[in-house]
Design a protein around this ligand. Structure first.
Ligand SMILES: [Zn+2]
Length: 257
């Protein structure tokens, strides 16, 4: 019955992706994510229920506001589709596992943070703190349900270790690694540590490898200067995704560690 879970998670991902769009737009602008209702950023007309269906509404309206006909960014359906794909992928990866909710929430948060990091170079505390608390609570729930307290302990130690490592990296090079990344590190260490120490090492390695490759490519093509800040949070999120999704395959030779 894995197919049922994957479809349900994909649909949930569409709905959560729609919520993430609100978070991505409003949190960096200091607006409430609860009220008022969503409105067209150009003409200010509130978006009706029927025009607020993830992806479908954007396609039916051909990417334009129903009232002022100004284009609506393709970012909205793309975030919704990405969230649906991530949720479906996590359902396929973990199946009916008590840790699935923790990973769903973590990756929803990482998706929102990545878009915000690219646009503003910030990882807002208003997202990082609640995300960290919620994900931690869900892992405690998973440990309580399955008795995997040892994995939780390993995760907690890895979370603390990542905090220390990132704190020192931030001291050494605040331009490359901002304090937002230091705040985000513990929850990532916890999630990957739950899977095993080798996943933490793979996530860290993958994040820096992806960051280095993209950074060098951007500098070489003069899209970025050497002095410019990089959105390291995006690479952290990508490294985490590599560890979670490709980890079992990539780490097979190290399975006994
Ligand atoms: Zn409008």
């Amino acid at each position: 019955m894995l197919g049922v879970l994957i479809v349900l998670c994909a649909l949930l991902g569409l709905a959560i992706g729609s919520f993430l769009n609100v978070v991505i737009y409003r949190v960096p602008n200091g607006m409430s994510i609860v009220s008022p209702r969503s409105a067209c950023p150009v003409c200010g007309t509130q978006i009706a229920e029927r025009d607020n269906i993830p992806v479908l509404s954007w396609v039916l309206l051909r990417g334009r506001c129903r009232h002022c006909h100004e284009p609506i960014s393709a970012r909205y359906p793309l975030v919704e589709l990405s969230c649906a794909a991530l949720f479906a992928g996590l359902a396929a990866r973990f199946g009916y596992d008590w840790a699935l909710p923790a990973f769903l929430v973590l990756f929803a948060g990482l998706l929102a943070l990545s878009v915000i990091d690219v646009e503003t170079m910030l990882l807002p505390r208003k997202i990082v703190w609640p995300l960290s608390v919620l994900v931690t609570a869900l892992f405690v729930m998973a440990a309580a349900a399955t008795g995997r307290w040892h994995d939780l302990l390993v995760g907690a130690i890895c979370g603390a270790a990542w905090f220390v490592v990132f704190f020192l990296l931030n001291l050494a090079s605040p331009r490359m690694l901002g304090f937002g990344d230091v705040r985000l590190a513990p929850v990532l260490g916890l999630a990957l540590g739950w899977l095993g120490v080798r996943y933490v090492l793979l996530g860290f390695f993958a994040a820096n490898l992806i960051g280095a490759v993209i950074g060098v490519a951007l500098i070489a093509t003069k899209r970025m200067s050497r002095q410019q800040q990089i959105p390291y949070g995006v690479f952290l999120a990508l490294g985490c995704a590599v560890a979670v999704f490709a980890g079992p395959e990539l780490l097979r030779p190290f399975a006994s560690y």
